[in-house]
Design a protein. Structure first.
Ligand code: AKG
Ligand code: FE2
Length: 424
């Protein structure tokens, strides 16, 4: 192991990474109130465990399929973060051209495709996410609060522009900002979407987000780590946690669709669902024709810095509650937790590395609690670290970043969304 690698090994008490985490822990824990774990759900307990900065969590109970793959040995050593290939019971259901698919008997509908995306395609997807996708007309988290130039934040940043990005609120008359809307986001309704309440979803009020009054003009390089998400396809309204179908849809990038289709058609769905007795509603037996009917039309690109987490949640905004959700991991590795229909189900921890694909499908998996409690520091694989061509700036950004491309199908096959009649 090289000296840089051992210096980064968070579990080695002699390493710089360990000493830094310990120092920070001692500093911040001095004034911390004693908290009781009395009423934590099993999901919350797991989140707390993996979020802990010091001592760093052991990953011996985390499924890490790369740990059983000699071709990924270098990746697995990174930062001292290593799970175990046998930590969780799963079954290999396909192996072809060096690619494999695994299923989990205790989470029917969950599929893991380790290293499914080649290093070359990982780079293509990262470039696409930042350079082409995270800009208008696709919304990002920054648009509500900043006037991001049309060329997109990444492109402004990469030409080393010094020009500050201005707050959106500066352009508004403060008296015109609706009262009571500048505080925390209020959730209006979080009912799972379905064919039955679809019309209601269409007409529910979806007020625009209120720009922050406190953000300051910020340089592109300071704003880049604040980029948190970029919308794909149908617009998503975060205030109501519903899609805003009245705004129309932006086409999903063909290259991305192709990657997702390849992942879906790699899975032998019969192995998962042939004997499945759960309630599929109107979508019964749809899995038999997914290879032809799967058509993603929405999603999100998540950008995580190493301190970011994604709390336990259920993706219930899609009208179709069974169609495959394809989730692609790029850059730094992360701990992903997937549980059941309540937070009381103990979640399964899975270590996701760059190039891994998770598919959540079917009625038992599509709407379960899941989250990302930890991005693992110093885990960028060497194939994304090497400079060259246009890659240097991406490599630098990825040192502390994980990108997740989360792609969904909102409507079941045959469902005709009548949206033209609604005014935009
Ligand atoms: O980052 C991930 O792996 C999961 C993201 C996710 O669950 C979501 O975007 O809904
Ligand atoms: Fe999710």
């Amino acid at each position: 192991m090289s000296s840089t690698l051992s210096a980064n090994n968070i579990h080695d008490p002699h390493s710089a990474a360990y000493k830094k985490a310990r120092k920070k822990f001692l500093k911040t824990s001095k004034n911390r109130a004693e908290s009781s774990d009395f009423d934590w759900t099993p999901f919350r307990t797991a989140e707390k465990k993996f979020k802990a900065r010091f001592p760093p969590p052991a990953l011996s109970n985390v499924l890490d399929l790369a740990a059983g793959d000699p071709s990924r040995a270098d990746e697995v050593q990174r930062g001292g973060w290593m799970g175990r290939a046998d930590a969780v019971e799963c079954r290999e259901i396909r192996c072809m051209d060096g690619k494999k698919a695994y299923m989990f008997d205790h989470v029917p509908g969950l599929v893991l495709l380790p290293g499914f995306i080649s290093p070359k395609d990982q780079k293509t997807l990262v470039r696409w996410s930042l350079r082409e996708h995270a800009k208008q007309p696709n919304e990002t988290n920054l648009d509500a609060h900043y006037l991001i130039p049309e060329e997109g934040l990444w492109n402004v940043y990469s030409r080393q522009s010094e020009e500050k990005i201005q707050p959106r609120a500066a352009t508004l008359n403060p008296d015109a900002i609706p009262e009571g809307q500048s505080g925390p986001r209020q959730l209006i309704s979080n009912e799972p979407a379905s064919k039955e309440n679809y019309t209601e979803l269409l007409t529910a009020a979806k007020p625009p987000p209120v720009p922050s009054l406190t953000v300051k003009p910020t340089s592109p390089s300071d704003l880049i780590p604040k980029l948190r998400w970029a919308n794909i396809g149908w617009y998503y309204h975060w205030g109501t946690k519903q899609y805003d179908f009245t705004r129309g849809k932006i086409d999903v990038n063909e290259g991305l669709k192709e990657v997702c289709r390849e992942a879906v058609s790699f899975v032998p769905w019969r192995e998962l669902f042939e004997n499945d007795k759960s309630d599929w509603g109107d979508e019964i037996n749809d899995w038999r024709i997914w290879n032809e009917t799967y058509e993603p039309d929405a999603g999100i690109v998540n950008f995580y810095q190493t301190k970011d987490t994604l709390m336990a949640h259920v993706d219930r905004s899609e009208v179709c509650a069974t169609s495959p959700l394809v989730s692609i991991s790029l850059g730094c590795a992360a701990v992903f937790l997937i549980g059941g229909h309540t937070r009381d189900v103990e979640p399964t921890p899975i270590l996701l590395r760059s190039g891994d694909v998770v598919i959540m499908s079917g009625p038992q998996c599509r709407r379960v609690y899941h989250g990302v409690p930890r991005i693992l520091e110093n885990t960028l694989p060497s194939h994304l670290e090497e400079p060259g061509e246009d890659w240097d700036l991406f490599a630098q950004y990825l040192q502390t970043t994980r990108v997740n491309i989360n792609v969904r199908q909102v409507f079941p096959k045959g469902f005709d969304p009548v949206i033209d009649s609604f005014p935009s």
